[in-house]
Write a protein that binds this ligand. Sequence first.
Ligand SMILES: [Zn+2]
Length: 207
Amino acid sequence: MRVAVPKHITDDNVRLAVVSKLSWIKKQQQVFKDQVRQSERRYVSGECHYFFGKRCRLELIELEAKPEIKLLRSGKLKMCVRPGATVETKEKLLNVWYREELKKIILSYSKNGSPLWARRIKDWGIKKMKTKWGSCNIEQRRIWLNLELAKKPPECLEYILVHELVHLLERNHNHQFIEWMDQFLPNWRISKQTLNTSPLANEDWIY
Ligand SMILES: [Zn+2]
């Protein structure tokens, strides 16, 4: 952890500040864990799954055909699997689908999005992360986005995306960083709030 301190603050005070900050950081990590914690998913009809902030009810169909997932106009998530497919198979199928949908949005952002994207980034990817929504490797100009973002409202994805891209301009969360954020995404504070308060990734919610 790096700490920036004004000159007139004593070491003891710095230590105190860091210690109190540590408990805050631990609490934040717990909040994050709680938010992405997955309760046991069974992948049965009626189960609720989130897709870009909307709760969709699963409709499970077993048939001898290529497994696929479709989001119906009604908001139902139709999952076709082969008869007897395991929970793991269904979970994998859903994660592949989440990843594809997330990719589509990121690609459209990279085409229509901010000039940040075009000039700075070399590569990006999506992966499962346990404690972060996104990360940025400044030297390699590569960003990673958490697969879980496919479950959150789209403005949350945009917020994380812009946040990581701004790191290509400024490493630290300082004044300059916030200025860039304000410039590229004036509503970022609201989106951040949405991300931190959006419902748990999964709830047992079956009709
Ligand atoms: Zn950051």
